[in-house]
Design a protein around this ligand. Structure first.
Ligand code: ADP
Length: 643
């Protein structure tokens, strides 16, 4: 038997005393984390014992089943956290619980404390720092640590402190290896004697600690809780091989990941379960949720949970995926991350950048695979999260090509072939694969509603030629088009802009017949149009309005206005269809009677029509009058024919 230890009193090293003062005197907003810290230490101790047992045949209690035991003694007001792990020798206790291992801890804590606004320290910051064992003084005014090293030949030792600058070391009657920490709870921390409270904290922070955590309570009355009731699931879901996991298992973990709140029938649209060993070790389970979470555009957007060796170190880590992939939910667990460092230090840790590179690659591959293997699911995913992919196209140049392949659009073809709102999407590759040989560009039109766009007169020439037109209804599509410019050598061409001088056009109009009409129209419409010309994009309709190549475009004007910009609409170009019988008749009439008065009314009505086709009527009352004049004439009520 090893020799008994005399009781000795020790002063904490200066930095410990200072840390303790900060920890105990700062009013924590989240004191719960003390339990996470103690459980995490216990779990580490069990890991170390497991490892040591492999090397040391003499290790004490070699076959002990690892366990973390939490005992509530309501009568005594104590909470015990006990493990049968590696334990500590007297020298180790003095070293570990008398000093602070991480240099810079104190400085960091002091800075964090000072930084708080209005005199109040940034308490959450301290909470996230993880001051390890010392955080127990947030809830306890006296702590006893009884510990016995698993290595034979060391006596059990008791460390005691009130967190007031000194601790004592003395003998302990602990018979087995491991550590028992007894917290005499402060008066204002007695709520930690409630087993449901503790259970909730463990579920939240330590559910995936691999060793079983049991709560033993002596509380009389009510429900007498059985011994050895394990409160954590004790299995890191992500460490289990994917082949051993069922759909139901993933669904359960998905529910857990979404905070327990998913609607009945809410399933992830895609999921990823990866494990990597090089260049960095990590495991991850990621989900694309079934629906767009509410918070994706807010400041408090949730990100992935980060575990270091199965201990939760960050509830929401935004460094694991680029911002545009923030719709992914799930966990990352790495062996290569330090446990007890500040959030700031962790955020800057090189391992995170390495994980992010790999994870981004995997997440994009997941999206691509879903698109390839399950178009219907991808269509749903696109409707929910496509806007983020487009954001990525703008921000993540390194993955530009992959992101481009992920783009989907409504199109005239898809729209006519599919009535359901989810399907009917086309990729750029599908678009060019379906192009007739004489089509040289990718045509698109942008506006508010795909249904309205699909009926736009601007599409007529394309339709006649059998050219598909992409219908862009998302405000960011305007930027997508600008970012892309072309796809596989094919330029993206807005069918409402420019002269539409492409293979899609018909023969130029016969100038002599139409010159008087255009001249009259310019005179009648004045400032309201930039020009009047023959259209080469219309087939059935008589008139449409188009933009200059250089102009913003109607849709862009609308979007900028929505964004609060003061945009005045610039006059547009009125295009008249020279093939159209009515336009031709008006032209002929004007070439024969240069001063025909009726023609002016008709021109006004053509302009009205072109506006209505786009969903705007600049002058509704005037238009009603004009229509009535025409109707009166049709009914034979109007006085006099043309002069
Ligand atoms: P950290 O865990 O970051 O090292 P702590 O202050 O929480 O900082 O703990 C200091 C050290 O005390 C640990 O590194 C470990 O060596 C030792 N220790 C703490 N708790 C236990 C325990 N339950 N069993 C064995 N050793 C422990």
């Amino acid at each position: 038997m090893s020799e008994a230890i005399p009781v000795t009193t020790h002063a904490f090293r200066a930095e410990v005393a200072a840390v303790l003062r900060l920890v105990t005197n700062s009013l924590y907003t989240n004191r719960d984390i003390f339990l996470r810290e103690l459980v995490s230490n216990a779990s580490d101790a069990l890991d170390k014992a497991r490892f040591a047992a492999l090397l040391d045949p003499e290790l004490q209690d070699k076959d002990a089943a690892p366990q973390i035991r939490i005992e509530i003694d309501a009568a005594a007001g104590t909470l015990v956290i006990e493990d049968n792990g590696i334990g500590m020798s007297a020298a180790e206790v003095e070293q570990n619980l008398g000093t602070i291992a991480h240099s810079g801890t104190l400085e960091f804590l002091q800075r964090a404390t000072e930084r708080g606004s209005g005199g109040k320290p940034e308490l959450d910051l301290i909470g996230q720092f993880g001051v390890g064992f010392y955080s127990a003084f947030m809830v306890a005014d006296h702590i006893d640590v009884d510990t016995r090293s698993a290595t034979l030949g060391h006596a059990a030792v008791r460390w005691s402190s009130k967190g007031d600058g000194s601790f004592t070391l003395g003998p302990s009657d602990r018979a087995h290896r491991g550590t028992r920490i007894t917290l005499q709870l402060r008066d204002d921390a007695k709520d930690y004697l409630d087993r449901w409270r503790l259970q909730g904290i463990i579920k939240r922070y330590s559910d995936y600690v691999l060793h079983p955590i049991v709560i033993v309570s002596d509380e009389g009355g009510g429900t007498r809780t059985g011994e050895d009731q394990q409160v954590n699931s004790a299995k890191a879901f992500w460490t289990r091989p994917a082949k051993d996991l069922s759909e139901a298992d993933y669904q359960e973990f998905y529910t857990h990941t979404m905070g327990g709140f998913v609607l009945p029938g809410d399933k992830p649209l895609a999921r990823l379960h990866v494990g990597m060993d090089a260049p960095i070790q990590f495991k991850s389970v990621l989900f694309v949720p079934g629906h767009r979470p509410m918070d994706l555009f807010g400041e408090d957007s949730k990100h992935l949970r980060l575990y270091a060796r199965r201990v939760l170190v960050m509830e929401s880590c935004d460094k694991l995926l680029p911002a545009y992939l923030r719709f992914f939910r799930g966990v990352v667990d790495s062996e290569d991350l330090p446990l007890n460092v500040s959030r700031e230090m962790l955020q800057e840790h090189g391992a995170l950048a390495a994980i992010r590179r790999q994870l981004t690659r995997k997440a994009l591959a997941l999206l691509a695979d879903t698109a390839k293997d399950d178009a219907a699911t991808y269509a749903k995913l696109w409707r929910e999260f496509g806007v983020f992919v487009k954001e990525g196209l703008h921000t993540d140049n390194a993955h530009r090509e992959q992101l481009t392949e992920l783009l989907r659009f409504d199109s005239t073809r898809a729209f006519s072939e599919s009535a359901d709102a989810v399907g009917g999407l086309v990729s750029l590759q599908q678009y060019i694969d379906a192009m007739p040989s004489d089509q040289v560009a990718i045509y698109y039109i942008s506006g508010e509603s795909a249904a309205a766009l699909a009926r736009s007169p601007h599409l007529e020439a394309c339709r006649a030629k059998g050219f598909e037109v992409l219908l862009m209804t998302d405000a960011v599509d305007e930027w997508v088009v600008q970012d892309l410019e072309r796809y596989k050598d094919k330029p993206l061409v807005n069918v409402t802009k420019g002269d539409f001088d492409s293979a899609a056009t018909s023969e130029p109009a016969d100038e002599a017949t139409f010159a008087p009409l255009f001249a009259r129209a310019r005179a009648v419409l004045g400032e309201r149009v930039k020009d009047v010309r023959a259209s080469r994009r219309l087939r059935e309709s008589a008139a449409c309005l188009v933009d200059d190549d250089a102009a913003l475009g109607r849709n862009m004007e609308r979007i900028l206005r929505m964004a609060g910009r003061d945009i005045t609409s610039r006059p547009r170009i009125l295009e008249l269809n020279p093939e159209h019988a009515f336009v031709r008749a008006t032209a002929t009439r004007l070439s024969e009677h240069a001063d025909d008065a009726q023609a002016s009314l008709w021109i006004e009505l053509l302009f009205d029509q072109a506006s209505i086709a786009e969903g705007t009527v600049p002058d509704p009352a005037g238009m009603v009058q004009r229509l009535q004049q025409v109707l009166d004439r049709v009914a034979g009520l109007a006085a006099g024919e043309h002069t």
